[in-house]
Design a protein. Structure first.
Lengths: 221, 221
DNA sequence: GCAAAAGTGTTCCAGATACACCCATGT
DNA sequence: ACATGGGTGTATCTGGAACACTTTTGC
């Protein structure tokens, strides 16, 4: 038992975990195994521990649910409406994470009945205020695609320009001219040819590229 | 006394309160009257109450320190390093506020020895991690000046284009071409002539403008 | 009439957009 | 040989940047 002179809220982290799969933007949801909202889908997350920072808490939860570490993770917003959790006052610090398409590996965590990747257009109703969190995460993702090199965080170690273009087209939901896209992306000087080619059908092989500084997300324009 | 099954952090809000005064960007600091960091300067802020939202807490603190309400206030970032406060685990949700130059009125709050407006180049050493908060607030302010109509939040009800230009020049710390600035700002169609003029010296009077939708901050470009 | 700030247009350049064909391969 | 996706260049448009003189007033 822990006792304080003044009331304290509980603090959680919730994470919007994005990846690209089957040419669709997908995010990870867990089916809640406990109260409240038992049986409803929700963002992965949990209570912070007293000896870890907020980002450490988010990375711990991320790894518990997906097994991945070292991926892009950024704080999104903090939600603290007094009644957002029916149990007690809970303030949640929301993060969003991007997982490269070749590192997806779901692990069912103990406190969830089920885990699943959902496309944006097949989302179930969510627990708490998680739909609001999702809306803000998506807004941020779309915005950052435009003014930063965030999209590279979805790419595997080697990729073709067409694959990269599909990432932009999938998230922005609009077609992009191939020549202009290539001119623009190469002018950023953030990627380089690996020298390898990908051949996967009756057509000319595609050059493979890699990101020069994989961890880095630069502001552009 | 308040008792919980698991340990809970304390949660505070801290506010970076900006205004423009004497052609300088200034922010409000308070001299701490209590422990920890007694006698040091810090951002205004305080513990959240259990029945108010985070933004309500920030607005309450803002009004306690300055007397103003209804001004621009936006969440900045949440800081939660385990040791950022020596007393106990304290997580702070930082906000920043912009006060129009004609509404500045300091009120000394009970928990502060002194209150003062500081220019960016005359800041004292600050308590806690408040310098980090300030750095992020300034970064956000400068960025938003470029891609939104945030600057209007500093303006009084009526203002001249030269005054508006000075706001940009002061915050961005660079000179702007008068003709290009006027062309750009008028093309936004966010301000309109009031019909009044300001005459204040041996020169041609300046037209006065007002913001069409004073509360609104639009994303531009 | 002079000093001081307000007001006003045009040229130039760079970056974004629009657009269509040839290339290398597997079957 | 043909079907498939990979790869490339030019003309145009648009928004930003550079730049100097006239206007109105108070003294």
């Amino acid at each position: 038992m822990f006792t304080y002179e003044y009331p304290h809220p509980a603090v959680t982290v919730d994470i919007v975990i994005y990846t690209l799969r089957d040419d669709e933007l997908k995010l990870l949801l867990i089916k809640r195994g406990g109260k409240p909202f038992k049986g409803k889908w929700a963002l992965p997350g949990g209570f912070i521990q007293m000896d870890e920072s907020l980002e450490e808490a988010a990375r711990r939860e991320l790894e518990e649910e997906t097994g991945v570490s070292g991926v892009f993770l950024e704080q999104l917003y903090t939600y603290g409406e007094p009644k957002r959790d029916p149990r007690e006052r809970v303030i949640t610090v929301a993060y969003y994470a991007l997982i490269p398409s070749d590192r997806v590996e779901i692990r069912a965590a103990s406190d969830a009945e089920a885990v699943g990747w959902f496309a944006m257009d097949e989302l179930p109703k969510l627990a708490f205020d998680h739909e609001e969190i999702l809306a803000m995460a998506h807004e941020r993702l779309v915005a950052k695609l435009d003014y930063s090199t965030l999209a590279f965080q979805f790419m595997p170690g080697e990729f073709t320009l067409t694959q990269l273009q599909q990432v932009y087209e999938t998230i922005l939901q609009q077609e992009i001219d191939k020549r202009n896209f290539r001119k623009w992306i190469l002018a950023l000087e953030c990627i380089e040819e690996t020298g390898n080619e990908q051949r996967d059908g009756p057509h000319r092989p595609a050059k493979l590229y890699r990101v020069k500084e994989p961890g880095k997300v630069e502001i552009i324009k």
